[in-house]
Design a protein around this ligand. Sequence first.
Ligand SMILES: [Zn+2]
Length: 117
Amino acid sequence: MAIVRCPNCGQRMSSLAKTCPHCDTPVGKLSARDRNRLARNRWQRHADRAANTTYLALGLLVFGAIWWWGAPPQGWFFPPPIAALIALPVGVVLYSVGRGWLIWLRLPRNRPPPEQD
Ligand SMILES: [Zn+2]
């Protein structure tokens, strides 16, 4: 028996199990093509999440900048309002995490297997 990763959810499971105990995927009945499709879908879900993280971060950065500029007294005055003080650093960190995640996902060793026909 070996510990393998479920092709659908990526959790660890026994190689002898017929279904994944985490997501109930009938791993034992999957063809090579189905496994390939599940692995590609899983990779795409992660890539979508990483991209959505960067969009959320950009929204926070825009919100923080507008809030800073628009709050009285209008302009780029110090200290910035507390909402901008929170949104801007959180936006920078989230953007870095999202971009780093995307770069990591696109590394050759993390890419999904090529599509089979
Ligand atoms: Zn699973």
